[in-house]
Design a protein around this ligand. Structure first.
Ligand SMILES: [Mg+2]
Length: 279
């Protein structure tokens, strides 16, 4: 019989270790950084990203866990004799650009699953490292923010909604044409630069929706937030309303719409659909 593992406690320990490991580096960020090459996800690696990943692996190993790491930085790595026992999908630092520029919005994101697939994620943590706010979720046990249960917003009016949209893409013309109607109806569009954390804002009612239809976001960035959204009772599907069934792989990309409630979700999907029909 497999041993009982208290994943939430271990994930919180991972986060604490990440904070500890990166804090000496924060002071040196304004100085020139060594060139560490390109990470598995395609972005240049920085010392903070690697230090954060190391902190996560170190904590998991300390608990004698066997796992396959699916990381934005190192790609796929196997630890222990039976690495297929657990899959740890992580973006050790989501929002590295914010961190290096001194913008106080970056997170660590860690998801635990039994297979390398999104639908098997059963424990998750996304932590705002600057403000020390930790979102966690476990399958069937709700989503929490610093230990308190969260619920999404009940707002159903697009006109009053705060909506996050990531439009950072060379395909911006195609994306914005799909988003025109939605943007025309809303007054409060935001993008803070750490998608995992912005999804948690939908989970806890800070915002009403978050949209990323670039086809560019990696599953390492959203695997943990996906469970937090689900457990909070918010909605998250493909832009056409399908359940998100994706592989957890550093190169796998995903598009989605996340909304606080079903009514808001349908309103947004309909506006996106309408644009597509006109193409
Ligand atoms: Mg990252």
């Amino acid at each position: 019989m497999p041993r009982q593992i208290d994943w939430l406690s271990i994930l919180v320990q991972c986060k604490t270790n990440v904070q500890r490991r990166i804090s000496p580096l924060l002071a040196t960020l304004s100085k020139p950084q060594p060139n560490l090459g390109i990470g598995a996800g395609g972005d240049p690696m920085r010392q903070v990203d690697l230090a954060a990943e190391k902190a996560i692996v170190e904590t998991l190993r300390k608990h004698d866990l066997q796992f396959t790491l699916v990381s934005e930085e190192s790609g796929l790595k196997k630890y222990g004799k039976n690495p297929q026992e657990n899959y740890i999908t992580t973006d050790p630092i989501d929002g590295t650009t914010n961190l290096t520029r001194g913008i106080p919005f970056y997170a660590t994101s860690i998801a635990v699953s039994t297979k390398p697939t999104l639908e098997t994620v059963h424990a998750a943590l996304v932590a705002d490292l600057f403000h020390d706010v930790t979102y966690t979720a476990q399958n069937g046990k709700g989503a929490h923010r610093n230990g308190r249960k969260v619920t999404p917003s009940g707002n159903t009016l697009l006109e009053e909604a705060v909506i996050g949209i990531d439009i950072n893409s060379y395909k911006v013309q195609k994306i914005t044409s799909q988003l025109t109607r939605l943007i025309q109806r809303t007054k409060h569009i935001r993008h803070f630069g750490a998608n995992a954390l912005e999804l948690c804002y939908v989970a806890d009612g800070t915002s009403d929706a978050f949209i990323d239809i670039r086809g560019k976001l990696r599953t390492t960035d959203m695997a943990a937030a996906w469970l937090i959204i689900r457990e909070a009772g918010a909605r998250m599907t493909s832009p056409t309303g399908e359940p998100l069934k994706v592989k957890l792989d550093p190169k796998q990309k995903v598009e989605f719409v996340a909304s606080a409630n079903q009514e808001m979700h349908e309103t947004i999907l309909n506006l996106l659909r309408h644009e597509k029909d006109e193409e």
